[in-house]
Ligand binder design. Sequence first.
Ligand code: MCN
Length: 776
Amino acid sequence: MSLVGAKVLRKEDPRLLTGRATFVDDVNPTSCAFAQFVVSEHAHANILAIDVSEALRMPGVLGVWTAQDLRDFPDLPGGLPDLERPPLATGRVRWAGEPLAVVVATDRYQAADAVAAVRVEYEVLRAVTSVEEALAPDAELLFPQHGSNALLTVPMLDDLDRTMDSCDQRAKLHLVNQRCAVVPIEPMSCLADWSVDGLTLWATHQAPHHLRNKLATWLNIPQTHCRVIAPSVGGGFGAKIVFAPEFFIVPLLSKWTRRPVKFVQSRTEAMLQMTHGRDQVHDIEVGFEKSGKIRALRMVVSQNIGAYGDPTGLGLPVLTTWMAAGCYKIPKVQTAFRCVATNTTPVAAYRGAGRPEATYAVERIVDLVARRTGVDPVEVRQRNFIQPNEFPYETHNEAVIYDSGNFPEALNECVRLLDYSKWRQRQAANRNDPTKPLIGIGFSTWIEIAGFGPNGSLEGFGHLASWESTQIRVHPDGSATIFIGASPHGQGTETVVSQIASDELGISFERINVVHGDTATVLQGIGTMGSRAVPMVGSATKVASQRLLVRAKKIAAHLLEAAEEDLEVANDAFSVRGTPGKKVGWSDVAFASFQPLRLPPELQAGTLEERLFHESPNFSYPSGAYGCVVEIDRNTGKTKVVQMVLVDDCGTVINPLLAEGQVHGGVAQGIAQALYEEMRYDPASGQPITSNLVDYLVPSAPDLPNYIAGRVTTLCPNNPLGAKGIGESGAIGSPPAVVNAVCDALSDFGVEHLDMPLLPEKVWRAMNPVSEGARQ
Ligand code: MCN
């Protein structure tokens, strides 16, 4: 029986669920010291003086360091030329929470006490926290030498006016895709041990090799003496791709104090110092016919990048504009974007990274077209879809060629599973009964980019390259270890890689071990991001297994005195087809592979090892149709998601249990963005006002619905598995489904659009507008 496609339980779970996994903070070397950062209390200020004298006298303190001590080191890698982020604030602080000095003490409480004793003298400057404020003519500039807070601008090539004029109707929409905190369970942590043998850094990171490469360059040490280990990592959602300054400074602290040094963020530190996600403003115009057929789309994206341009943050509007047209055949699409600096935490990748923003915009636009034309939203979608026979489909951007999909079928399946007409009837029945909640129904038909793979696709975000590596080693007893360059942190990659290899090699699932996250043992790697592990490392594993099996079969044939072509492999043994009794175990074959005298002459000892760097000709483009039903309490404005149907197409599904789990997690984050979460700042002072989990509303299980899952399968033609990524799909497809449902429920109140998060007060106000008379 094939394991690919089977609901195999995760092999990671026993250690994760019983508390036996090792996270960074579980590593406790002898004489470990603790670092704690002094952070800016102002959003925007010049640093006039830093007085560390009192802190230095405090018990247990081993030292206090500021930017002065790092003057021989370059700024952090990536970002915008000449506007890079210094590891510690130099001269000026640009957001409340920016690290400006660091204390090391023998325990973490002494370090925290000493932080409070560091005196910083500031000259406070006016702060800007939104794109609008940052672009005001008299706005304080974060980088005065640049002359504007718009640090990067990509203009529109053709403003489409003639096409828009020739359409039956045109409509505009201004959308705010709010800032979200990333909130992985494990905050960012690291432990550096710089010994005589070199540096070892344990780090909560999604790309340990990438970090190793950058770190070794920054420290000017050979990569041979710089080992990065990402042990078990408690979620990352994109924020752990970032080259955070802590990963660069803590190794130096270890060198300078001659001790292992650890840094573990508190939750509030994580809320302010881990990069945030989203924070885009969209100005969109659409031209369409009475039939609902869309003819032109114009989209201007303003990306709030926060205080510095993180490489992945700068890439967000690129991805948004690439995906602006979603799964629709829109003849004319034009986009533009600008990246704007503000006095807020830097913005970077967060589950979906640029694609949720695109999906949200185009799916809100499609609903607006439905509203203005009176055509049902399902019908508007069907009339505009790219058809299944039109793939590969060239979009408005030459970098984006959709591989495959069946959007009409996915939507039909979603409509069927949702029982759409039943909900429309209930909606009508409730409408005139004030004792019943309002009902709203919303859809989102989406496509996204996954499988970050083609050459050049990650290099643009400061990565080394876009391949992914696998290395399979068969041990003398016929068990196998697979070293992978992906660095999972909750996805279940060990399980799916074992499933793929087990199918190909005939070695049982339990006898395969997957190793990742250690630059000393794993050959090379790019990492886990952009829903790439299955398409990239999964494909690498499949092909490497097939290549290794060719040699294993030669040995088995030699031992059995049979022809290679007659052999089949399953259940840890090779047997002769049609003569099942004639067999040799994988363990015998593997043992023989280390005994030259038992090998066929063309093979050498140690031959059962295979390594492969998989390159992909294109991305993979997962798609789907999500349907959502909400109930809105007429008295409080509280929205409850009562039904959520999720039809996904990720090509070949390796493990339906895990793929569905990935979608559930992503949808939870999408519902959270639609209804609850927003990272907010006080506009006057620039101070964050949602920097803990009391003020920042992360939903918990009772706030979320049960999901109904459906599936459509169109194979990905660009990899040997036919698989597309799915890790970000839920977070991409779900926010517009929820917002479309709420706006649908509120349509009788004349509401066409409300910005996320749809908190009860906002919804209640939309139902109870203050009349002009009452206002006076
Ligand atoms: N899968 C499958 N069949 C497919 C595709 C995927 O069975 N065709 C299943 C597999 O179990 C696989 C998992 O889905 O392990 C995710 O695979 P893939 O889509 O290739 O994504 P990656 O492994 O590259 O994970 C990255 C992706 C991203 S970009 C974010 S952000 C994210 C996510 O995964 N962050 C996560 N899922 C997360 N899940 C957890 N628990 N924690 C995070 O931080």
